[in-house]
Ligand binder design. Structure first.
Ligand SMILES: Cc1cc2nc3c(=O)[nH]c(=O)nc-3n(C[C@H](O)[C@H](O)[C@H](O)COP(=O)(O)O)c2cc1C
Length: 332
């Protein structure tokens, strides 16, 4: 059960320390120009290597296995993969008895009767977002001229991201952060009331990203303390432009043409250099656990492009539902 979308349908597969990971995209319009080079920019934004990111160094080189002929999408399912080459599987077996706090080890053990691959977090690893970013590149082409940009606006509660990172690196701990995402020139009328409203669809994909803990659209939680007369966005022209944008570009679950604005909260990385007291399930006694391996100290730093991809995927699906699959490829 790992697919999203009603028409533009994205499935992610693979495990952190398996041979390969990837994405299958069904419902992609035919005729889109597509080469492996198209993925390079966004994949490089997701890659580790910067300060506070994991030392795991993957090439992330994409390989298109199906759905493209002579550098154009064919309309058949796309399969795009990359190899996992920098794998160090230390003793993950211990996490069967001592599940890591904050990780999926405990729940995966129950759900998959102890058969899930725990190495590097297995299928729950942030590595699986590689395929999300790849699908996002294609979705971004489909939703043009809309453009999505997300950025990290705070880390560890501070807008001085560099200083927050320096501090936590010294402490050997981890921090979270907030990403703000904006969609410029958004198409109007995207979103299907009630169950596939714009917010529901975007939130669905956003919450599929590991470590995301919250989302707010427009004024978000601050709306709860505003007066209605303050919160309403008055219209100022017949295109539907408004003088304020507390709604974040969405009314009734449908995009109104104003800029779409939302923020997501990313939790601090669960694996830190800090020892934690937790339960040894086999012995049924408390023990000290220090999680080794290579880890991001602030996952939020790698998150903007993943948030953009999630948004683009939801928007591409909503666009195709509203306008049909062939209009975007110029075939209707
Ligand atoms: C890009 C990315 C990188 C991540 N890197 C790490 C990491 O290095 N160490 C870690 O403990 N968790 C990391 N995570 C988060 C875990 O995958 C996630 O916390 C875990 O699967 C539990 O899921 P939950 O936090 O949504 O409950 C990363 C997530 C993403 C999206």
């Amino acid at each position: 059960m790992n697919s999203f979308g009603k028409i533009f349908r994205v499935s992610l597969f693979g495990e952190s320390h398996g041979p390969a990971i990837g994405v299958i995209i069904d419902g992609c319009p035919p005729g889109l120009p597509l080469r492996t080079d198209d993925f390079v920019y966004d994949l490089s934004r997701r890659k580790s290597g910067g300060k506070g990111t994991t030392e795991r160094n993957e090439t992330d080189q994409p390989e298109i296995l199906s759905g493209v002929f002579e550098e154009r999408t064919t309309g058949a399912p796309l399969t795009i993969t990359t190899n996992n080459s920098d794998r160090i599987s230390s003793d993950y077996d211990q996490f069967k008895n001592i599940p890591r706090p904050g990780h999926a080890d405990f729940v995966a053990g129950i759900k998959y009767s102890g058969f899930s691959d725990l190495r590097g977090g297995g299928h729950f690893s942030g590595r699986i977002t590689w395929g999300l970013v790849v699908a996002g590149v294609i979705a971004k082409m489909i939703i043009k001229p809309s453009e999505i940009s997300a950025k990290l606006i705070s880390a560890g509660g501070s807008s001085d991201i560099e200083a927050a990172l320096e501090k936590v690196l010294v402490e050997g701990d981890s921090i979270g952060g907030i990403i703000e995402c904006r969609v410029h020139k958004p198409a109007k009328a995207l979103g299907e009331p009630f169950f596939y409203s714009f917010e529901s669809a975007v939130s669905h994909v956003i919450f599929s990203i590991p470590a995301i803990k919250g989302i707010e659209f427009g004024s978000g939680f601050a709306a709860a303390v505003m007066k209605g007369s303050e919160h309403n966005d008055p219209f100022i022209d017949r295109t539907g432009r408004t003088s304020t944008n507390n709604a974040g570009g969405i009314n009734g679950g449908i995009t109104n043409g104003n800029e779409i604005v939302f923020r997501v909260a990313v939790k601090p990385t669960s694996s830190t250099g800090i020892e934690q007291r937790t339960l040894d399930f086999e012995k049924n006694e408390m023990t000290l656990l220090k999680v080794g391996g290579r880890h991001d100290r602030c996952i939020a730093m790698r998150m903007p492009v993943i948030v953009e991809a999630a948004t683009a995927i939801a928007m591409a699906d909503l666009l195709m539902i509203d306008r049909g699959i062939h209009e975007r490829s110029g075939n209707s």
